[in-house]
Design a protein around this ligand. Structure first.
Ligand SMILES: Cc1cc2nc3c(=O)[nH]c(=O)nc-3n(C[C@H](O)[C@H](O)[C@H](O)COP(=O)(O)OP(=O)(O)OC[C@H]3O[C@@H](n4cnc5c(N)ncnc54)[C@H](O)[C@@H]3O)c2cc1C
Ligand code: SF4
Length: 328
């Protein structure tokens, strides 16, 4: 491993200042992704700025009935928080479907959002990879891509985003609060992660030196239920082949509010706007759910070995919507 410096930040301002002063620095949350990638030689920061002791570890109500989640809140604490379990079960379920108990005890909200792809070529420095080294190529296009993208990919990268939590945040219309050298700004979770295009080395819209300080959830839509479903190769300790976060409310047999996001299918959580359009105002029936999900997945462009993911995502989404409708 390359030698690096270590600094424990005493304030958000100090963390941002030090990060701006050291272009090769990285923030250290729980370290469960960053330190692994450092051991592999994929990430090579000169300086680790430890933000895990900053006072960003609280979960609290907003004035309008939403929820504010500090960037260093641990995944286990967030999943177990009573407000999350009762008002935003999709978020609790997404978190609990990820990693393992030990990892969730360490992983933070900010680090989870910024975890990097699990594409095997990205993690292997003996292989070319446009995301790791722009312009070197994408061996996954013709190589091992069973677990990779079916939506929104490009000839430069077919990686998927690995976070379960981020999929729930997308369906919940969360916002990400950032503090950087130029001040504070807010980015909707739906726009925080990027599609690869011809710049796959950029996973998100975060700018140099910016720190995630918190994630804010809007109030739960009236009467809406929510859930997260994930298909994977093993029952635990495995990333999503496909997953879905669904939020639904039904009144007098018709769909009032619908939000749907897929995980495991694209370079970012895939918000299913075409499906939502087809759901809104329609009767809450199995036929509606199938038609809506098909409208979304018509955009899928599977690679040689991963067409199975489209059918998997379809089943997960149709079943999730039916379950929510039955409970409403
Ligand atoms: C075996 C294994 C299985 C896993 N399975 C799953 C799974 O099924 N689903 C899933 O979603 N995840 C899974 N994970 C990934 C795990 O959820 C992430 O490693 C974890 O969430 C990262 O959080 P962290 O705080 O440890 O991040 P770190 O490793 O500390 O940081 C990750 C990145 O975020 C940056 N960063 C951290 N905090 C901030 C901040 N506040 N502002 C700006 N930048 C920041 C760091 O600089 C770094 O680039 C798995 C991990 C392992 C090792
Ligand atoms: S899919 Fe993306 S991350 Fe994987 S090898 Fe290609 S460029 Fe690299």
């Amino acid at each position: 491993m390359k030698p690096f410096g270590y600094l424990r930040a005493r304030s958000t301002a100090e963390a941002v200042r030090e990060s701006s002063a050291h272009p090769g620095a990285g923030f250290l949350g729980g370290g469960t992704n960053l330190v692994d990638l450092m051991k592999l030689g994929v990430e090579t920061p000169d300086l680790l700025i430890d933000i895990s002791r900053l006072p960003l570890d609280q979960v609290g109500d907003t004035d309008n009935g939403g929820l504010r989640i500090g960037a260093t809140v641990r995944n286990s604490d967030l999943a177990a928080h009573p407000a999350v379990r009762t008002r935003y079960p999709v978020l609790s379920q997404a978190l609990l479907s990820g990693a393992s108990g030990q990892l969730r005890n360490t992983a933070t909200t900010g680090g989870n959002l910024l975890q990097r792809t699990r594409c095997p070529y990205f993690q292997d420095t003996s292989k070319p990879c446009n995301k790791r080294e722009p312009g070197t190529g994408c061996p996954a296009l013709e190589g091992a891509h069973r677990d990779l993208a079916v939506l929104g990919h490009s000839e430069h990268c077919v990686a998927t985003h690995p976070s379960d939590m981020a999929v729930a945040l997308s369906a919940l219309d969360a916002t990400v609060q950032l503090h950087g050298p130029d001040g504070e700004r807010t980015v909707p979770a739906t726009e925080f992660h990027r599609l690869p295009g011809d710049t796959p080395h950029r996973d998100t819209e975060i700018r140099a030196g910016e720190l995630i300080t918190e994630v804010v959830l809007p109030p739960r839509p009236d009467g809406a239920g929510s859930l997260y479903r994930k298909a994977r190769d093993r029952a635990s300790f495995a990333f999503a082949l496909a997953s879905v976060a669904a939020v639904l409310s039904v009144r007098d047999g018709r769909i009032e509010h619908a939000a749907l996001a897929f995980g495991g299918l694209a370079h970012r959580p895939w918000r299913a706007y075409a499906a939502e359009e087809a759901l809104r105002g329609a009767p809450a029936t199995g036929e509606t759910f199938e038609r809506a999900v098909d409208a979304e997945l018509a955009a899928a462009r599977p690679l040689r070995d991963n067409a199975f993911k489209v059918g998997l995502a379809r089943s997960l989404a149709v079943d999730a919507l039916a379950e929510l409708a039955a409970d409403s």
